[in-house]
Design a protein around this ligand. Structure first.
Ligand code: NAP
Length: 239
C-alpha cells in the first residue's frame, strides 16, 4: 500500500502479537521508525524497530517508558493502543479478577499511554492516536461482558480525547475489527469462528494485515480530516 511514514515515529502497544506485529511491520515498510511495546519480545523482529518491554497497565512504568522514548528518539508522532486480552465467561461466572484484568489492559492501558503522550502531542501540534476496539464493543457478545465493556469504553475514550486534542491537530480514532485470525482468536472453539465467518458479508475472517492497513490509513495524511471515528474492519460482520 502507498502510505508514506518516512521520518515518523510510531509506538505500537502489544506489538509482539498478531495485529500489533502486522501493524508494526506495515509502519516499518512505509518508512516509519517503530517502537514495539509488549511484555515479551516478538518472535520475529520488525526492521527499523526497537523493542521496549513494558506492562501497559502500570501507570508509572508507562510514564517512564514514554519519557525514555522521547529522550532517545526526540519525539513520538503516532500511538497505536493495541495491547489487549480476553478472559471470557458469562457474567454470572466471571470473576472479579477476570473483570479487573481485562479492563486494566484493554482500557486503562490505553489511558496510560494517551495520558503520558498527550503533553508531547500538544506541544508539537501533531499526533495520531488509534485505539484498537472491537465489533464486540459496538454490539456486545455472549461471555464477553468484561471485553465488550472495555472495547466500548475505548470508543468513549477515543471520542473524548478527539475533542480534547483536536485543536492541537491530533487525530484520535478507533478501529473495530471483526474476528481476525491471531493467537487471541485461535484459542476459540472452531464453532465460534465458523459462526463469525458466516456472519460476514465477504464470507471470510480477516487477517492481521487488514487491520494494520486500516490503522495506517487513519494515521496518514489521507485521513487528516478524520477524527473521533470508529472504523469497522470486519468484512461486513456487523453491517
Ligand atoms: P494477541 O495476538 O494476543 O496480541 C496482543 C498482544 O498484547 C500480545 O502480544 C500480548 O502479550 C500483549 N499484551 C497483553 N497484555 C499486555 C500488557 N499488560 N502490557 C503489554 N502488552 C500486553 O491479540 P490480537 O488478536 O493481535 O489482538 C490485538 C488487539 O486487537 C487487542 O486489543 C484485541 O482485543 C483486538 N481485537 C482482536 C480481534 C481478533 O479477532 N483477533 C478482534 C477485535 C479486536 P502476551 O502474549 O504476553 O499476553
Amino acid at each position: 500500500m502507498a502510505f508514506d511514514f518516512k521520518d515518523k515515529m510510531a509506538v505500537i502497544t502489544g506489538g509482539s502479537g498478531g495485529i500489533g506485529h502486522a501493524t508494526a511491520s506495515a509502519f516499518s515498510e512505509a518508512g516509519a521508525k517503530v517502537i514495539v511495546i509488549d511484555r515479551q519480545h516478538p518472535e520475529v523482529s520488525v526492521p527499523n524497530s526497537r523493542f521496549v518491554k513494558a506492562d501497559v497497565t502500570d501507570f508509572e512504568q508507562v510514564g517512564a517508558c514514554v519519557r525514555e522514548i522521547v529522550s532517545t528518539e526526540q519525539t513520538i508522532h503516532i500511538l497505536v493502543n493495541n495491547a489487549g486480552i480476553s478472559r471470557d465467561a458469562p457474567v454470572w461466572r466471571m470473576t472479579e479478577a477476570d473483570w479487573d484484568q481485562v479492563l486494566s489492559v484493554n482500557l486503562k492501558g490505553a489511558f496510560n499511554f494517551i495520558h503520558h503522550c498527550a503533553p508531547y502531542f500538544r506541544t508539537q501540534n501533531f499526533g495520531k492516536i488509534v485505539n484498537v476496539s472491537s465489533i464486540n464493543g459496538l454490539r456486545g457478545a455472549f461471555g464477553l461482558a468484561n471485553y465488550s465493556a472495555s472495547k466500548a469504553g475505548l470508543i468513549g475514550l477515543t471520542k473524548t480525547v478527539a475533542r480534547e486534542l483536536g485543536r492541537h491537530q491530533v487525530n484520535v480514532n478507533a478501529v473495530a475489527p471483526g474476528y481476525i485470525l491471531t493467537p487471541l482468536t485461535r484459542k476459540l472453539p472452531q464453532k465460534i469462528l465458523d459462526t463469525a465467518k458466516a456472519e460476514t458479508t465477504l464470507g471470510r475472517l480477516g487477517a492481521p494485515e487488514d487491520v494494520a492497513q486500516a490503522i495506517l490509513f487513519l494515521c496518514s495524511e489521507a485521513a487528516r480530516h478524520v477524527t473521533g471515528h470508529v472504523l469497522t474492519v470486519d468484512g461486513g460482520q456487523v453491517a
